[in-house]
Design a binder for this molecule. Structure first.
Ligand code: TXA
Ligand code: MG
Length: 315
């Protein structure tokens, strides 16, 4: 599926863009996870995202743009936002910004807020699709609500029982969702830890990134406690019990049961890339409980532990 010729690719993208223009959904790869995309200015199209995912209506979606110029059609960019966009777009950073009057985005995409989360994804297929469509795409992760995010086209097809067309770009490079930040004057507030580590932002921008207080009143599904959940129960514990499946990290003690290792060498990039796929795999074994070793809370570890805690939260 990845061995398509450039002509075929082009045709596939044209077809996908035409579907989007007609108000249909198309799943597409980004560098983080696969997104379930719809024309962000078409309320009916966006509504079918919520229906297809079974997602609570109040959650606003990230609006994906082809470039900064497209993004500027919808939101005001204060100086700090512009610096972020110029430094990290295309890339795994979503920026929450004040909407411009006459933005034309569907109310249901932004959940009636006066802000919008924008991002330019760093994936050739996503960018080609955004350019061909010539319109902003609202796209949450392409999984049924509350389930694991997909990092392969096959996971998307399985999640929606083949009902949504998927552009296949192979496995996602980053493997966890984008980092979401809001701007408050000269302050930067992280609403969701993600594929762009906080330290990377601080280093480039020279502004400390604050963690959003819990219950900041910002509706974010990434903020719902039980989210990104496999069917199996999950336990955060580096010591698996007999009968459990085990998701290890780093050099792990030998274990008899079904085991995957996020990164035997303890590499957090590799761990992020493997996170959802390995959870999908362990879940597919029918294991009742998955024991998961926590990872160090540094760099990408913040996003990984965040997803693990939510997957393990009581439902
Ligand atoms: O990597 C990603 O970000 C993926 C890919 C497909 O781009 N998308 C993704 O979207 O994770 P989703 O819908 O699963 O998460 C969107 C997050 C939610 O937590 C939502 O509440 C938050 O963005 N969000 C959207 N608009 C917001 C706003 N105006 N203010 C605060 N949070 C917002
Ligand atoms: Mg999601």
């Amino acid at each position: 599926m990845n061995a398509r010729g450039p002509r075929q690719r082009e045709q596939e993208i044209e077809e996908a863009a035409a579907l989007l223009a007609a108000g249909k959904l198309v799943a597409f790869p980004t560098e983080t996870v696969y997104g379930l995309g719809a024309d962000a200015q078409n309320a009916d199209a966006v509504l079918s995202i919520y229906e297809t995912k079974g997602r609570p209506r109040f959650n606003p979606l990230i609006v994906h743009c082809a470039d900064l110029a497209m993004a500027e059609r919808f939101a005001r960019f204060p100086p700090l936002a512009r610096r972020l966009a110029e430094a990290f777009w295309p890339g795994p950073l979503s920026i929450v910004l004040p909407l411009k009057p006459g933005h034309g985005l569907a109310d249901i995409a932004i959940a009636g807020l006066d802000t919008v989360a924008l991002r330019v994804p760093d994936h050739p297929l996503a960018l080609a699709l955004l350019r061909a469509a010539g319109r902003p795409l609202a796209a949450p992760s392409a999984n049924p609500s509350g389930k694991l995010s997909p990092t392969t086209a096959e996971q998307v097809r399985r999640g929606f029982a083949g009902k949504v067309p998927v552009l296949d770009g192979g496995p996602c490079r980053a493997g966890v969702e984008s980092t979401i930040v809001a701007i408050d004057g000269e302050r930067l507030i992280q609403l969701r830890a993600g594929a762009l580590p906080r330290a990377a932002i601080e280093e480039v921008i020279g502004v400390g990134v604050e963690q959003a207080p819990q219950d900041a009143g910002i509706a974010a599904p990434g903020m719902l406690l039980s989210h990104y959940a496999p069917n199996a129960h999950m336990r955060l514990d580096a010591a698996p019990q007999p009968g459990e499946a085990f998701l290890a990290f780093g050099p792990a003690a030998p274990f008899e049961g079904i085991t995957r290792n996020l990164s035997a060498s303890g590499d957090l990039h590799e761990a992020a890339r493997n996170l959802f796929s390995m959870l999908h795999e362990l879940d597919a074994t029918g294991a009742r409980t998955i024991a998961v070793a926590p990872v160090p809370e540094t760099g990408l570890g913040e996003a990984i532990n965040d997803r693990l805690r939510r997957a393990a939260a009581p439902r």
